[in-house]
Design a protein around this ligand. Sequence first.
Ligand code: BG6
Ligand code: MG
Length: 218
Amino acid sequence: MSKKGFIFDLDGVIVDTAKYHFLAWQRLAKGLDIDFTEEENEQLKGVSRVRSLEKILAWGNKTISQELFNELMGKKNEEYLSFIAEMDQNEILPDVPRVLNLLKEMDQPISLGSASKNARTILERVNLRSNFNAIVDGNDVSKAKPDPEVFLIAAKQINIAPKDCIVFEDSVAGVTAANSANMISIGIGSKDVLGHATYVFSDFTEISDDFIKSLIEN
Ligand code: BG6
Ligand code: MG
């Protein structure tokens, strides 16, 4: 059987952590007297922690010292970690385990390709760590999505050429990164937002076993 490399983003693809990022950023923004909406939070999907804080400050027209910037980054993460600590398998998004199991049955290499520095902790919380042959996350890259670095490292780690890799992504920046890496991109979310992906599905329940098999065979 031919082998393809399957690369999964984490936040918004495997688990719905966007709500926790939002709560933590919202509290921080409030402390700075910045109004931070759910629409703005959409724009932070796939965006690194540093870049997210820079964007929030820009929206609120605020400049702060480097020292305070670092302190706020630490505080945001502490709060986010307190939410993660409560996570369990119930937070895995529908049908993700079915697709992961099918890929395993078909002996296809699987990697994580996430911007998060908390990816390993989250995978352990939801008990999916052992489903991945490689994990590439925010600790392993120097350039954040939309740069393709994270996916190119993932492809290398599972030993599959980029053109034979398939990326599951929920963010605009992530789909752009996958496309720049010359990979097939599968957008998870709305066609209006992820129209630049090779395929778009609203969630994994829409992705059939036959579709996955056709990706492997072609
Ligand atoms: C991405 C999320 O996966 O990871 C972003 O979509 C988040 O919202 C980024 O900012 C970095 O995550 P972390 O856990 O390192 O702060
Ligand atoms: Mg994501």
